[in-house]
Design a protein around this ligand. Structure first.
Ligand SMILES: [Zn+2]
Ligand SMILES: [Zn+2]
Ligand SMILES: [Zn+2]
Ligand SMILES: [Zn+2]
Ligand SMILES: [Zn+2]
Ligand SMILES: [Zn+2]
Length: 407
């Protein structure tokens, strides 16, 4: 794609363990790269090193040389790592090989792997590939294997590796004292000409790489990886790399409901008040009263006081509370029918002022505890209709349906 260029360099190292992938990472400025024979678990993982101006991705060694093994999963893992680091494109593929006439199978597998890196690239991945051969003689096994794979995968008869460069490198420090390059006491310039480099002069190795990588940064292997978040689930990656599961359909709901009454609790009397005499009415009577008439006195004198005449006297009825004599008078006090308490006084019943129901009675309304809306109104939260997960945006999908990625 002309005009496309990455601002960042991203080098991908492919090849068997022990061919210099990790050492080369340090040449490009990677800190704490593990060099030498690392354990199986370390070589199985993909490591992304920060280097000057970009990244260096160390891929798992293809140490089992099973030609037919499918490395689709590894490619995907590399892409996912790139998305995570927000790397969009690959600038250079370094293919580390060791001359070995018996290694054709593993060369083919590695070549197929490199070819598959170009899944989203319209150009030729081999234009950005450098075959790094451990040794000081170019051996065409890897190149031939790659050419075969590239022609097959691209349905082409052209030599797709015409722009693929070679770098043969032999580490001076790994040579025996009798080796001609050690005994010869050559200058570094001369040694480098023969592909012999000193580990103590990493800047020379780097300079060679830089010249071989010319043009790669301007014309990278365009993967255009982007990192986007699905609107419906937790997936955040390049849409092409997304897992096949999302949430199918959303629905709104209220997380928790409760029964309530409407209004505030107030106290009232259930009935009106009336007039009443709180005490009893004492009925009218007659009583015998001392008779002080002259005739009565005569009787007393004659009977020597044995006979004491009396006369009846009328006593009218009255209300004990107010001494009102009228039996039919309206009461002297005002009280309520419902409870008999004085008027005015605080109510004998607690009710809700809006719905009018008794305090403590069965609720007449179901509302959401969170939003306080009626439970049959549109919910205040969203969940997946299928898995009913109430936080679907942050959870993995539950069904094989397409994601909703932003464009
Ligand atoms: Zn779901
Ligand atoms: Zn609600
Ligand atoms: Zn109510
Ligand atoms: Zn009274
Ligand atoms: Zn009352
Ligand atoms: Zn999704």
């Amino acid at each position: 794609m002309p005009g496309t260029s990455s601002s960042q360099r991203c080098i991908l190292a492919v090849g068997n363990t022990g061919n210099g992938k990790s050492f080369t990472a340090t040449i490009f400025g990677a800190q704490n790269a593990k060099i030498g024979n690392s354990s199986k678990s370390e070589t199985d993982t993909i490591t992304v090193y920060d280097i000057n101006g970009g990244f260096y991705i160390d891929t798992p060694g293809f140490d089992d040389s099973d030609e037919d093994k499918d490395d689709e999963g590894t490619v995907r893992s590399i892409y996912l790592k790139m998305v995570e680091k927000e790397i969009r494109d690959l600038t250079t593929v370094l293919w580390f090989v060791t001359p070995d006439t018996k290694a054709k199978g593993s060369y083919k597998r590695q070549a197929r792997f490199i070819e598959s890196l170009a899944k989203y690239h319209k150009g030729n991945v081999w234009d950005n590939t450098i075959i790094v051969t451990k040794g000081n003689s170019i051996e065409n096994g890897p190149r031939d294997a790659a050419r075969e794979i590239a022609q097959k995968e691209n349905n082409s008869k052209d030599d797709l590796l015409s722009k693929t460069r070679d770098f043969m490198i032999l580490l001076f420090e790994s040579l025996s004292p009798e080796n001609i390059y050690v005994e010869g006491m050559f200058t570094s310039d001369k040694l480098n000409k023969y592909g012999v480099f000193k580990g103590s002069e990493p800047e020379r190795i780097l300079a060679r790489y830089e010249s071989l990588m010319e043009g790669h940064l301007e014309h990278p292997i365009c993967l255009n990886l982007r990192k986007v978040k699905c609107f419906k689930c937790s997936e955040e990656t390049d849409p092409r790399l997304a897992s096949p599961e999302c949430h199918p359909e959303m629905e709104s709901f209220h997380p928790d409901v409760e029964g309530v009454h409407r209004g505030n609790v107030i106290d009232i009397h259930l009935s009106s008040h009336y007039n009443k005499h709180p005490a009893r009415y004492v009925a009218a009577t007659t009583r015998q009263k001392f008779d002080d008439s002259p005739q009565a006195w005569t009787v007393r004198v004659v009977s020597f006081g044995i006979v004491n005449p009396t006369r009846p006297e009328f006593v009218s009825g009255y209300w004990e509370c107010c001494d009102n004599h009228d039996a039919n008078s309206s009461g002297c006090k005002q009280v309520y029918h419902c409870c008999g308490k004085d008027y005015p006084s605080s109510g004998c019943q607690n009710i809700y002022d809006e719905c009018g129901h008794n305090y403590g009675g069965t609720p007449c309304l179901t509302i959401c505890k969170d939003c306080k809306k009626k439970s049959d109104e549109e919910g205040c939260k969203v969940r997946c209709k299928k898995c009913r997960n109430d936080n679907p945006y942050n959870k993995k999908g539950c069904d094989k349906v397409p994601h909703s990625f932003p464009n």
